[in-house]
Design a protein around this ligand. Structure first.
Ligand SMILES: Nc1ncnc2c1ncn2[C@@H]1O[C@H](COP(=O)(O)OP(=O)(O)OP(=O)(O)O)[C@@H](O)[C@H]1O
Length: 380
């Protein structure tokens, strides 16, 4: 079996766009059996040149004795330059970037024929939001746990390559092992979890651009040993950019769940997310209003901070189901921040009951839904 040193040696004589040795740009090496997963940190403003370097690195690593398959992905270098990130990425409040809708002339990612790694999964659900920070990852995690609590075998894929949340939400730090040539997901509360955060150094900011993101997502979809699952919950990055399109096009989604807060701006973006899924003909399972109202932990009083009910109203207007609401609640935040989402940590709490109810609705919708959407290419 090749070692990390062999991988670095394979990169000797190769240089990045700035003329620096490629070995110095390695931000993560994950080796097991004959497979090498390597990440390179590059300058996001030089995507094309880095893409060439990535290809060269992949070829060199693949030629290393003991390596049969090499997968090299690009992350952004750790530099904290003041200039704006890549043109189609927008800096996000907590330091990572999110892609937005491809502009005119952007090439949509190519459709892939069925992804074998996903074939034994009964239902694949995308949890999406139009806007960052609305609680999409918290909802994905608790929804996945809620589905597992009803006896389903559940996987959770953190597709937010810009700011992976699942390592933090589940307090997971280990690196995935390779089993049968595929990455084995980590596990928490019986749910299988995979995140780009497990594969690269957590300090490497992931400011990626379109083609790299699509490629990384394809790998995350195709190279993970999910095994047989009743449901795979995909925590999407916020927005309606390349990753969302890649997934919507490549994955036979059983449905999408859209998370929004009741605020007008979040709702406008949520509408955009709904219409993106409708455009690729992925069924919308429904909308969840998160941080819908505030329950005071001291007096039990209810305050509707963001004019609660906007998401229900919008869902009705768009003709998609409204699944329910989750309160803005300190226990939901504390359990998530402590690495153990509320449905796992306190399954009998009223806060967990909210998600268990939402999960039960999603499960019923999936089981009674007639068709499963096929992947579809949308141009323009
Ligand atoms: N219902 C809730 N009550 C209290 N806190 C919440 C709730 N939902 C989410 N949060 C908190 O809000 C913050 C953002 O949530 P989360 O990371 O789930 O959002 P996101 O939409 O996935 O964000 P990102 O844009 O980073 O992907 C977290 O600190 C989380 O614990």
């Amino acid at each position: 079996m090749a070692t990390e040193a062999d991988i670095l040696k394979a990169l000797e004589g190769l240089y990045g766009p700035g003329g620096a040795p490629l070995a110095g740009a390695v931000s993560g090496v994950n080796l097991s059996g004959a497979k090498a997963f390597v990440s390179l940190a590059g300058d996001p403003s030089q995507t094309q040149a880095w893409e060439a370097a990535r290809g060269a690195a992949e070829r060199a690593i693949k030629a290393t004795p003991g390596v049969e398959q090499a997968i090299v992905t690009l992350t952004a270098e750790r530099a904290s330059r003041p200039e704006a990130p890549a043109p189609r990425a927008q800096a996000h409040a907590h330091g990572h970037a999110h892609a937005h809708a491809p502009g005119p002339g952007a090439t949509p990612p190519q459709q892939k024929a069925g992804i074998p790694a996903l074939e034994k999964i009964r239902f694949i659900i995308a949890v999406a939001s139009g806007k960052g920070g609305v609680g999409k990852s918290t909802t994905s995690a608790n929804l996945a746990l809620g589905l597992a609590a009803q006896g389903w075998r559940v996987g959770l894929l953190d597709a937010d390559v810009y700011g992976p949340s699942m390592p933090r939400l589940f307090g997971l730090t280990g690196k995935p092992k390779v089993e049968g040539g595929k990455l084995a997901p980590l596990e928490a509360y019986g749910v299988k979890i995979m995140s780009m955060g497990f594969l690269v150094d957590e300090n490497v900011p992931m400011v990626w651009r379109g083609p790299m993101v699509s490629q990384a997502i394809s790998q995350m979809l195709g190279e993970v040993a999910w095994g047989e699952l009743d449901a795979l919950v995909i925590d999407m990055p916020p927005g309606t950019g390349d990753v969302q399109l890649t997934i919507a096009q490549q994955v036979p989604l059983a449905g999408a769940v859209i998370v929004s807060t009741p605020q007008d701006l979040a709702l406008i973006d949520a509408r955009r997310a709904v219409s993106m899924f409708q455009k690729v003909e992925a069924p919308i399972l429904g909308v969840i209003e998160n941080m819908s109202y505030f329950l005071c932990p001291h007096c039990g009083g209810r305050s509707e901070i963001f004019a609660h009910g906007g998401a229900r109203h919008d869902a009705e207007q768009m003709g998609v189901p409204f699944l329910g609401e989750a309160p803005l609640d300190i226990k939901i935040r504390q359990t998530s921040d402590a690495g153990s989402p509320v449905v796992g940590a306190e399954p009998d709490s009223p806060q967990a009951a909210v998600y268990l109810n939402l999960a039960a609705k999603v499960k019923t919708l999936l089981e009674t839904q007639k068709t499963r959407a096929a992947p579809k290419i949308v141009v323009g």
